[in-house]
Design a protein around this ligand. Structure first.
Ligand SMILES: C[S@@+](CC[C@H](N)C(=O)[O-])C[C@H]1O[C@@H](n2cnc3c(N)ncnc32)[C@H](O)[C@@H]1O
Length: 396
């Protein structure tokens, strides 16, 4: 057994022990496909560590990576591939995930993988040949349009984040097919598995927390993150009025009091627990993420960033930011309008706790093409408008 084989076996053992790998098909594929051959520029140790490995940067930002093995395993379990399935992947990257999928669908199935970048496509082809993988067609194109030539697909998977569900993906799914994508929801991002119903709507089967780099090309976000002082990035809202950068920066330079909340918020809750709740129930919610350890703010923003309520314009400009501590959380008010925003945030925290502090897996989502109807949604249902569709979210 080579050092690479031993490292791969150890990686898969750890993924199984952690419960990331659940099915024999996913386990066998991860054991069989040599990830280091898809990362010729990385050491064997890096290729088999449980981390994403960036393979391309543009202006200092990663534009392609081999995704983190545990996230790949989680998504393969969500995808539920079967022998004979026809699969479209958007985001070929190194080709590692395409090779894993080809292994699972077998000779009777077929994998088409698309990347927008011709250099990456050339690399993908080379890696697949080096690993002696067959059954994968590699296409250079903009995945927002899918790949109609090989449709319909039993499964369509994006390994790159999107803030919309493009009509081509729905049109190219076979009846009863599944679309799996990292979907951005007002600053949160969920790996969402959606099953196609006969009426063309998509219904969530499962969702997991994730954080993927975003689509380039036609599907690039119309509302990229706004850079604030101290390396802080401001995300969202995607579908409401754009926040006023200068007003947000001015408010953050004016920290006010810290107000205690009785509600316990863990670090992960700012992403897919309370953070997701606020994003879905308060269209004006924002997310602040610090690029480095020193944001210049009085409270650390945490690895998942912090959620904020804001009225960032006019004389009452103000922001309230959730502060995660051991035990009950607090809310920091910023700017002259901060105390009013803090009251809004404290009420949202209590509302989240009252419904049992739900996290991402507990929500049920439906994607419907086109804009939402003018009538308000039924009580308990939140609507998020996207460019080509709208999302309905509810708790069961
Ligand atoms: C996280 S990487 C994918 C990882 C890959 N599945 C692997 O196994 O290595 C995301 C990829 O999406 C690609 N991408 C970005 N926008 C795209 C688009 N509009 N269409 C197709 N691919 C796109 C990037 O070039 C990048 O290679």
């Amino acid at each position: 057994m080579s050092a690479a084989d031993r490292a791969r076996a150890a990686m898969v053992d750890a993924l199984c022990t952690a419960g990331r790998v659940r099915s024999p098909a996913v386990e066998q594929a991860l054991r069989a496909v040599p990830r280091h051959l898809f990362l010729p520029g990385a050491s064997v140790a890096a290729a088999y560590a449980d981390g994403a490995v960036a393979v391309q940067h543009v202006d200092g930002a990663a534009t392609s990576s081999a995704s983190q093995p545990s996230m790949v395993a989680i998504m393969l379990e969500q995808l539920d591939l079967r022998p004979g399935h026809r699969v479209l992947e958007i985001g070929a990257g190194t080709g590692w995930n395409a090779a894993l999928m080809a292994r699972i669908v077998g000779a009777a199935g077929h994998v088409t993988t698309v990347d927008i970048d011709a250099d990456l496509v050339a690399g993908t082809l080379g890696h697949l040949a080096a690993a002696d993988v067959s059954g994968v067609e590699v296409v250079c194109g903009d995945g927002a349009l899918g790949h109609p030539a090989a449709a319909p697909y039993d499964r369509i998977v994006l390994t790159v984040g999107s803030d919309d569900v493009w009509p081509a993906w729905v049109a190219q799914l076979a009846p009863g097919g599944r679309l799996l994508l990292p979907l951005a929801l007002r600053g949160s991002q969920l790996s969402m598995a959606l099953d196609l119903a006969p009426d063309g709507t998509l219904h969530s089967h499962s969702q997991r927390t994730c954080g993927f780099i975003r689509l380039r090309g036609m599907g690039a976000s119309a509302r990229p993150a706004v850079a604030l002082p101290g390396g802080v990035a401001l995300h969202g809202p995607d579908d409401g009025p754009a926040p006023d950068r200068a007003a947000v920066a001015a408010a953050l330079a004016d920290p006010g009091p810290l107000v205690d909340s009785p509600v316990v918020v863990g670090p992960a809750d700012t992403w897919d627990g309370f953070g997701l709740w606020l994003a879905l129930t308060d269209p004006g919610a924002l997310r602040l993420v610090a690029g480095g350890p020193d944001s210049g703010l009085p409270d650390p923003l945490g690895p998942a960033g912090a959620v904020a309520c804001a009225a960032p314009a006019g004389e009452d400009s103000g922001i309230a930011v959730v502060v995660v501590r051991d035990g009950p959380a607090a809310v920091r008010a910023y700017g002259p309008g901060g105390p009013a925003q803090a009251r809004r945030m404290l009420a949202a925290l209590e509302a989240w706790a009252e419904v049992g502090a739900p996290a991402a897996p507990e929500w049920r989502f439906t994607i419907v093409s086109g804009p939402p109807p003018p009538a308000a949604p039924p009580s308990g249902v939140s609507t998020v408008r996207m460019a080509h569709c709208h999302l309905l979210a509810r708790l069961p």
